[in-house]
Write a protein that binds this ligand. Structure first.
Ligand code: ADP
Ligand code: MG
Length: 723
């Protein structure tokens, strides 16, 4: 692998890299959660009464009185200052997929000019960043651009260490001055509430006497790529768009499957260990790591936690992966499809709901009664996926994820549920009324023994399903690697709340006949008749399924974000969010606008980069090569040697074709008049994207023709294989 000067330099830098010394790490017991102001830390530093009050707030979200808030704030500050912290920050989660922070010092000066530190309950609880500088869609704040951040005591405060100092980070919600949610945390908390209320109704009807608050859980498996920063620095597309907009297929890709679960390269091992040590300090339970399918691709998965905390921790994990990569001379790509023709990255969101009294309600359980609860909650999920498939597709929609879904390496853009053979049969029997009719010894036999012996870890995991039951939870596999998990969690919790409410209404009537098992079976039979079409256990990648899903099952195949986001404007979705109290119509509409704008903006950046790189990097290389070739052939003609001009012809043809496509793309980018946001998105999804692909196709041909030493962009095989 030779290359032009900057590529050679990069390879030299990488191969001569000094091994990082940080291969020794501290014992887990020493570092675990040492930078978190958690309940254990609070218990040590607070009076009994103050601790009791804050514990209740942490565990139930109940408001804290201002006197206790002052005491907690003071203890928090003492703890942080003793660790060298001088600043605090309200960290929040705006409608982008990244986190936002505003930093303030603890410092105040008194009249003698001395500096002291101060932190009160009200500073802890409320902050005021400028609301107008974050995406807010239709929630325009004309006369008051203020937004408020408010402390979320259910997610622990922590210290973030960076090369530029340490900051006390306070997880917050973010709302407009009129009280509308401007972030991803508020709807997540509300959706959990809605699910809790609806779940409580069902469990009460099922005769449960003691019912602890229900909470959703999330464990998210994160995939990512690592590329040496010496290469990335020569690729404006990787730096600005997070993915390669050009690049010919390498001679060796992933066809040998030799990367998956293979030995982790030493340099990456050191990086992972560094990431994990930082996560442990933050109380984030990183549990597994391994190579992924593609070369240069890896995965990290934490142990699951309460959804709200897991969502905050997921954001922190993405930040840590990126920041740590820089220190190890890598760039960490969270983009869903950094390399064409090579597997993309996803984020499997494992999700379940449960409480302290009934346990995990998506776990079949030990008694026939537990099984009935399980069947109801599981049925509720099936109904939700069927009724709100397009919503689930819209919450995973992004320009990046569009490249991945349906590309025969990731789930299709059709939402269906995989239950596994055993459970699928149970639901099929319920649907067929078989379980109801098979009376044994005067007692209803619901075939419950089938479920009691339930195989918790079904061998066949069916990787081709976007939404799969995996023994005691559902796994939403279509989520993109760069996305916040909050959107998917909100959609899942809210559709579950809606279904549980529907079930509760039906049960109320059905239970009037007395027999609980019969009532459950009849409600589930109706549910399966209406929504059983979403259940699919076959190959989700196959073209047969794509046809059958749409033609016979009435499911929707929604390939692009432009097609997916309008679901947020559908009456049924508005009704879903309004009736559950998760998002008002204004909040929902603003989300549609913000996400549509983000989609358009990200494609706009990519299209501009395509034009720019084609003109200023690829064209000059091609012309230089042509000039070399023509000089050589002129010299050869002079000597009377026969000249073969095939190569020159090929380069000239591809160069001209590329520049013609660039001109078309530039012109297409000038268009400004769009009838609607939908139209605008469609234009980018179809016209712009196909012109970008046209430019790329010619450029990639050039990459295979032009002399390697002239080629300005690091090539796929270099970026993927040199570590
Ligand atoms: P796989 O790669 O086989 O899908 P992993 O073990 O890598 O599985 O990841 C599974 C994830 O699911 C982990 O984050 C795990 O903690 C999480 N998980 C396990 N049980 C539950 C549950 N009841 N609710 C939510 N997440 C769960
Ligand atoms: Mg998984």
């Amino acid at each position: 692998m030779s290359g032009n000067e900057s590529r050679l330099q990069a390879i030299y830098q990488i191969t001569n890299r000094e091994p990082s010394a940080s291969d020794k790490t501290d014992a887990l017991s020493k570092i675990w959660a040492c930078d978190v102001f958690n309940l254990a830390t609070m218990e040590e530093s607070l009076s009994k009464n103050a601790f009791k009050a804050i514990k209740k707030t942490v565990q139930t979200g109940e408001p804290l009185d201002s006197a206790t808030a002052d005491i907690v704030a003071a203890a928090m500050k003492e703890w942080a200052v003793a660790k060298g912290v001088k600043f605090y920050s309200h960290v929040f989660y705006p409608l982008t997929n990244v986190t936002a922070e505003k930093h303030d010092g603890f410092i105040v000066t008194n009249s003698d000019g001395n500096a002291i530190t101060e932190f009160t309950g009200s500073l802890l609880i409320k902050g005021e960043p400028d609301g107008s500088s974050f995406p807010n869609g239709s929630i325009r704040m004309t006369n008051a651009a203020r937004g408020y951040t408010a402390w979320d005591p259910t997610s622990p405060v922590y210290i973030q260490h960076t090369d530029n100092g340490s900051t006390l980070m306070i997880p917050c919600v973010f709302m407009s001055w009129t009280g509308e949610a401007l972030d991803k945390k508020i709807p997540l908390l509300r959706s959990n509430d809605a699910m809790n209320k609806a779940g409580n109704r069902v469990l009460s009807l099922m005769g449960e006497k003691e019912i602890a608050p229900l909470n959703s859980s999330c464990g998210a498996e994160q995939e990512y790529f690592l590329v040496d920063s010496n290469f990335a620095n020569s690729r404006p597309d990787l730096l600005l768009a997070g993915r390669t907009l050009f690049g010919a297929e390498p001679a060796k890709g992933q066809q040998f499957d030799d990367h998956y679960f293979g030995a982790i390269p030493a340099r990456v091992q050191v990086y992972m260990q560094d990431v994990e040590d930082q996560l442990y300090r933050l109380g984030i339970p990183a549990k597994t790591h391994h190579n992924e399918v593609a070369p240069g691709q890896f995965e990290i998965a934490p142990y699951f936690e309460a959804a709200n905390v897991a969502a905050d921790h997921q954001q922190l994990m993405m930040t840590t992966l990126k920041a740590t990569a820089k220190r190890h001379g890598f760039i960490c790509l969270l983009h869903e499809k950094p390399f064409a023709g090579i597997n993309g990255s996803g984020k499997h969101v494992n999700w379940s709901v449960g409480n302290a009294t009934q346990g995990n309600l998506l776990d079949p359980g030990q008694t026939p009664h537990d099984n009935l609860n399980f069947l109801l909650f599981c049925g509720a999920v099936i109904r939700g996926v069927h009724k709100f498939g397009p919503l689930l597709r819209s919450v995973i929609a992004s320009a990046g994820n569009d490249h991945r879904l349906g590309a025969n390496e990731a789930p299709p853009a059709i939402l269906s549920v995989y239950l596994g053979d055993q459970l699928e049969k149970v639901f099929q029997d319920i649907k067929d009324g078989k379980l109801l009719s098979s009376e044994v010894g005067g007692e209803m036999d619901l075939g419950l023994s089938q479920i009691l012996n339930f195989e918790r870890d079904p061998g066949d995991r069916n990787r081709t399903s976007p939404f799969a039951f995996t023994g005691n939870r559902f796994e939403f596999r279509a989520v993109g690697s760069a996305q916040s998990v909050s959107g998917p969690l909100v959609a899942m919790n809210t559709m579950l709340a809606d279904s549980l409410n529907w079930i509760a209404d039906k049960l109320e009537t059905a239970l009037k006949d007395g027999d609980q098992t019969k009532a459950v079976a009849s409600v589930l039979q109706e549910l399966m008749n209406d929504h059983g079409n979403a259940v699919f256990g076959g190959d989700g990648y196959s073209s047969e399924w794509h046809e059958m899903a749409v033609a016979e099952r009435g499911l929707k195949n929604i390939p692009t974000t432009a097609d997916a986001l309008p679901a947020l404007q559908e009456a049924s979705v508005k009704e879903l969010f309004e009736s559950t109290g998760v998002l008002t119509p204004v909040e929902l509409e603003s989300r549609y606008e913000v996400y549509a704008e983000q989609y358009i903006l990200s494609l706009e950046v990519e299209a501009k980069l395509v034009v720019d790189m084609a003109k200023t990097m690829i064209y000059p290389a091609a012309v230089r090569y042509l000039s070399d070739l023509s000089m050589a052939s002129a010299g050869m003609s002079e000597m009377g040697v026969d000249v073969d001009t095939t190569a020159a012809q090929a380069v000239a043809t591809a160069t001209n074709a590329m520049m013609a496509a660039v001109a078309k793309l530039s012109e297409a980018m000038e268009k400004e008049d769009f009838a609607s946001t939908d139209d605008h998105m469609q234009y980018f999804a179809n016209d712009i994207l196909s012109l970008m692909n046209e430019v790329r196709a010619h450029a990639d041909t050039l990459e295979t023709e032009v002399a390697d030493e002239l080629w300005p962009l690091p090539k796929y095989q270099e970026m993927l294989f040199i570590k």
